[in-house]
Write a protein that binds this ligand. Structure first.
Ligand SMILES: [Zn+2]
Length: 411
């Protein structure tokens, strides 16, 4: 099967030579071809160029994309799409004056989601999660990472990870799986959190690894959740099973989680709403991708990740949704890109780089995804007729997407 797109108003993120990520001032550059064509063969990008020099191509199907922009699908490297039920009551409680931490202390928050997940049959969790995955694919997401962490018992954590595995098997996009058993301390362990870490490390982790249910390890390194010491202990244990770290750090407090992540060669450190100079320093020269989650900041009314400080330090930055029932009940990467521009003062070029190639890097997918490059997977978005790519983040709240292709097939 071959598919030819002609008269593309502008083809974005065209990388003749593949790159794995872009950092600092490079992020201001978004290579494009105006008035372009793009040829897809089966599930791969075969060729592209300017309409002025289009060779004779006999494609099985040709689409005229006059007035429309084509770009790689979004790479969402941080989600909690697998969960059961919702927490709109807590949303109302927060409007009525309770803080996220107060709600957590009352047994709400992550523990509330854990209780619901434990009580919901696996098939039902799958059904609810699949619906969300389909929704985000239609919104332009073509690769996604999903975490466990609403189980908090051996049985329920393994259940979540099996659901992630089933999504990967049944849907035509890359799905990366992360074990986040250390997401919150269950009520039963409130007075003995070390015993919960023992359970995660000695009981659940070996089974996750043995059943090949996760590629990555995660922990919520935060005051009131898990300490720096817990973080080192878990990441050391996970290393023996070959699970690379992608960790939650610096959401509410800076307690040294970024440095710990870098020391353990984390693939990414995520959240970063609170950043000290030491955190920025720790990232310099590392292969760890900082990941910002602006729709979480919007929903919780907490500070946004200081993108300008990170980029001005010549570091890379990726953007992801954090789609989850408590702090970000949205998996819309288009909104994330808008918020990055509006609230974090990233340019449209920086935001699109952060949501495509750098997101792919944060899932170890940038050899195959995240740019328009020959031989990469044919994952791309065709927009509606829009005046320019800057219109995408500008018209926040509008759906500018006409169609989404993953592995060469329309969603
Ligand atoms: Zn998260």
């Amino acid at each position: 099967m071959s598919l030819l797109l002609t008269n593309i108003k502008e083809l974005l993120q065209v990388r003749e030579q593949n790159i794995l990520k872009v950092s600092g001032s490079e992020m201001k550059e978004l290579p494009t071809i105006k008035n372009a064509w793009l040829l897809i063969e089966n599930d791969e990008i075969a060729d592209y160029g300017s309409m002025e020099n289009i060779p004779e191509i006999n494609a099985d199907e040709t689409i005229d994309t006059s007035g429309k922009i084509v770009l790689p699908t979004w790479c969402d490297s941080h989600t909690h799409i697998v969960y059961a039920g919702n927490r709109e009551q807590e949303f109302a409680d927060r409007i009525n004056g309770l803080s996220y931490e107060e709600i957590a202390n009352r047994g709400g928050g992550i523990l509330n989601s854990a209780k619901t997940l434990q009580e919901t049959p696996e098939d039902e969790v799958y059904k609810q999660s699949a619906k969300r995955l389909e929704e985000v694919m239609k919104l332009g997401t073509g690769a996604v990472e999903i975490k466990s962490g609403y189980g908090l018992t051996e049985e329920a954590e393994l259940k979540m990870l099996r659901v992630i595995k089933k999504l990967r098997e049944n849907y035509n996009l890359p799905v990366k799986s992360t074990f986040l058993g250390a997401h919150a301390i269950p009520k039963e362990y409130k007075n003995d959190p070390d015993a919960y870490m023992d359970l995660v490390i000695n009981e659940i982790l070996p089974k996750v690894a043995d059943q090949k249910l996760a590629e990555y390890i995660d922990i919520f390194c935060e005051k009131g959740y898990f300490s720096l010491e817990d973080t080192h202990r878990l990441l050391d244990a996970a290393k023996k099973f070959g699970l690379k770290p992608k960790i939650h750090v610096n959401q509410f407090n800076a307690i040294g989680g970024v440095k710990a992540g870098v020391e353990h060669k984390a693939l990414s450190v995520d959240h970063l709403e609170v950043m000290n100079d030491e955190d920025i320093e720790a990232l310099k020269g590392s292969n760890t991708m900082p990941v910002a989650l602006p729709s979480c900041s919007l929903f919780l009314s907490i500070p946004y990740t200081p993108a300008r400080r990170i980029l001005d330090a010549d570091l890379p930055l990726a953007l992801a949704t954090d789609f989850n029932p408590g702090s970000t009940p949205s998996g819309n990467m288009n909104l994330v890109v808008s918020l990055a521009c509006i609230k974090m003062k990233m340019t449209p070029e920086e935001a699109i780089n952060a949501a495509t190639i750098n997101g792919a890097y944060a899932m170890e997918l940038s050899k195959t995804h995240g740019s328009i490059t020959k031989g990469k997977k044919a994952n791309f978005i065709i927009t509606k007729e829009i005046p320019s790519y800057t219109y995408l983040p500008y018209a926040f709240g509008s759906n500018s997407i006409e169609s989404v292709y993953i592995n060469g097939k329309m969603i």
